[in-house]
Design a protein around this ligand. Structure first.
Ligand code: F6R
Length: 608
């Protein structure tokens, strides 16, 4: 949530900062701003709306001279998305500018204190206290002023600091939010994530909570909370700039849908060796693994939906009880978790605040933590005992697609690996499941190829005011994700129900105007789904059926049909999600929605 970027070097900073903001815009896009040092002062431009509006106001950055600056793209928490509330925020004397990602929880007390000392506030934000505190503590030593300021703050704060009196020098602070440093030649950067930097440098330093960095064009120094300089290792980012660009597609979301065969392959292929699953980074023996009497999966949003699929698959194959818990609930409910619990934490970004808090809570109670994460070096990856990276590549569209399907692929790998370790499946079943995993990327491609008519179906149904998604077992978990995809990008109200549950109340909402999307890929439950389809049809609803390829029975039941390639029903959620993603995409496109940047959302939810 919110993207920050800082640059210090020998060339004009503002165009580089704006380019960084464009790449970080998925983190928040209600307002943006940039501040640079120039002629012993700070020059600043802010704009409500997108980064493009800021670019228009500054001629792409050209109108702002100066080689050192900071910038921000906002997802509002305190105060409406106006020009005034946009970051950076200036101290009263105009000598300090600050950008911030997070929430300063004690800002009201600090604001009252600063007001009583005569500081005047221009905005409604929590962030502005930081600018005034810097002015208050500055005595010619910027490092000391930043440290004193940070020591006064509670909550989550990733800060970028610019001072008019310190040419070419930037400070940044990390507390409970993502922040990386980029190392260039004669120039250095900080940013919320690596996407802001690709194209300029691939050498990065991941900061830990409580660390602070000082950047000049020639040097980067990192300090701990006490101000002691510490040494940090430099990591090399493996992916290229193309991965963070649209590559000819109209939207990142469509590009990422189309990338799924390759992404799922990247999750699975490196872990299949000589017909066996090897989970590098999670190398527990059968004996060590059997100490877990239960598994808890925690996550938010789509990652939670992936966890729900994981529950069905793991319980079915391993016969170990699995609980799925929303991270925002788990953290506050005194969970029954201990050393006999394996906690699986699922997160694309690895930075979701509630998920991090749930992880910490369970780890403190002795749980062993396995993280399924996409972003390398992210907070969740670093806090976990073991990590399975999904290797999906950068996901830019706010609505997750390849992030979700690769999380499923990682959960399947884990389930089959654990089932074999625990001796719950025989060799024949193990080999069969390995072959199914191997075939999954091709199935995803087939799911794309089978559903080219989905665009036409979207044209037909895009004027619906509400839709229902129903399914049983794994199809129910997939229905939750299909429904979320539709509502978050098209703004059409949509709900997902376990198909047998609809008649216990919600069927009151079904009438001849409603479209019900019925997921029928759990072949053993097909007849049960037919009964539920009949129930809604009897109330006049129209039905869009999703069935395994070649299952002609669906034509007799549904008004329109989508297909998922046939394969192991336990792994059906991956390929059946593809037509649902495409359906949501085309419905949103028909309705003229901003697909990559849906209203009110941000990709990385780093606040509670
Ligand atoms: C929906 C979506 C969100 C995320 C959720 C968790 O399309 O992307 O629901 O799944 O915010 O994010 P991560 O996986 O980064 O923890």
């Amino acid at each position: 949530m919110c993207g920050i970027v800082g640059f210090t070097g020998q060339v004009q900073a503002a165009p580089i900062l704006l380019e960084g903001l464009r790449r970080l815009e998925y983190r928040g896009y209600d307002s943006a701003g940039v501040a640079v040092q120039h002629g012993g002062a700070i020059e600043m431009v802010k704009a409500s709306g997108t980064v493009e509006r800021l670019a228009e106001k500054t001629a792409g950055g050209a109108s702002l001279p100066g080689e050192c600056g900071i910038a921000h793209t906002r997802w509002a928490t305190h105060g409406a998305p106006t020009d005034t509330n946009a970051h950076p925020h200036l101290s009263g004397d105009g000598r300090f500018a600050v950008v911030h990602n997070g929430i300063i929880e004690n800002y009201a007390a600090l604001r009252a204190e600063l007001l009583s000392e005569g500081y005047a506030f221009a905005s409604e934000t929590d962030t502005e206290v930081v600018a005034h505190l810097l002015e208050h503590y500055y005595d010619g030593n910027l490092k000391r002023a930043v440290m004193r300021t940070a020591a006064r703050l509670e909550g989550s704060y990733v800060l970028g600091v610019l001072c008019a009196d310190e040419p070419g020098r930037l400070f940044c602070v990390k507390e409970a939010g993502p922040l990386i440093l980029g190392l260039g030649v004669g120039e250095n950067y900080f940013a919320s994530d690596v996407t802001a930097l690709v194209g300029r440098t691939k050498n990065v330093i991941y900061l830990e909570d409580g660390e602070m960095a000082e950047l000049t064009p020639e040097n980067i120094s990192v300090y701990d909370r006490t101000g002691r300089e510490i040494s940090k290792s430099v990591s090399h980012v493996v992916w290229d700039i193309e991965a963070a660009e649209k590559g000819g597609y109209e939207h990142f979301m469509m590009k990422e849908i189309m990338e799924q065969p390759r992404a799922v392959k990247s999750t699975i292929e490196p872990r299949l060796r000589n017909g066996r699953i090897e989970l590098e980074g999670f190398e527990l023996t059968a004996e060590e693994f059997s100490r877990f009497s239960r598994i808890v999966i925690t996550a938010c949003g789509s990652a939670y939906h992936a966890g729900m699929v994981g529950k069905y698959v793991i319980e079915s194959l391993c016969r170990v009880p699995v609980e799925t818990d929303l991270a925002s609930e788990l953290r506050y409910r005194d969970p029954i978790v201990g050393p006999d619990t394996l906690l699986i934490v699922v997160s694309q970004s690895g930075e979701t605040a509630d998920t991090i808090a749930a992880l910490r809570e369970c780890k403190a109670r002795g749980a062993y933590v396995l993280a399924i994460v996409n972003v390398v070096g992210s907070t969740i990856a670093r806090l976990a005992d073991s990590v399975l990276y999904t290797h999906a590549g950068p996901e830019i569209a706010v609505a997750t697609t390849k992030g979700y399907t690769t999380q499923l692929a990682a959960l399947y790998l884990f389930a089959v690996w654990a089932a074999e370790k625990l001796g719950r499946i025989d060799d024949a079943r193990y080999n069969e499941l390995i072959a199914e995993l191997d075939a999954l990327p091709a199935r995803v491609q087939r799911a794309i190829d089978l559903n080219l008519h989905v665009q036409y179906l979207a044209e037909r149904w895009h004027e619906q005011r509400a839709m229902f998604f129903i399914g049983r077992n794994i199809d129910y978990a997939a229905a939750l994700e299909g429904s979320l995809k539709l509502k978050e990008i098209s703004y059409i109200h949509s709900e997902a129900y376990a198909a047998g549950e609809l008649k216990h109340g919600t069927i009151a909402l079904i009438d001849e105007k409603r479209l019900v999307v019925a997921l029928c890929c759990q072949t053993a439950l097909f007849d049960k789904m037919v009964s539920n389809i009949q129930e809604v049809k009897a109330r006049g609803a129209k039905v869009l059926g999703l069935a395994p390829e070649g299952d002609r029975r669906i034509f007799a039941e549904a008004d329109d049909v989508l297909f998922a390639p046939r394969g192991e029903p336990l792994f059906a959620a991956v390929s059946e999600m593809v037509p649902l993603q495409l359906f949501a995409y085309y419905v949103a496109r028909e309705n003229g929605c901003d697909i990559d940047k849906p209203r009110n959302l941000a990709k990385s939810v780093t606040v509670e």
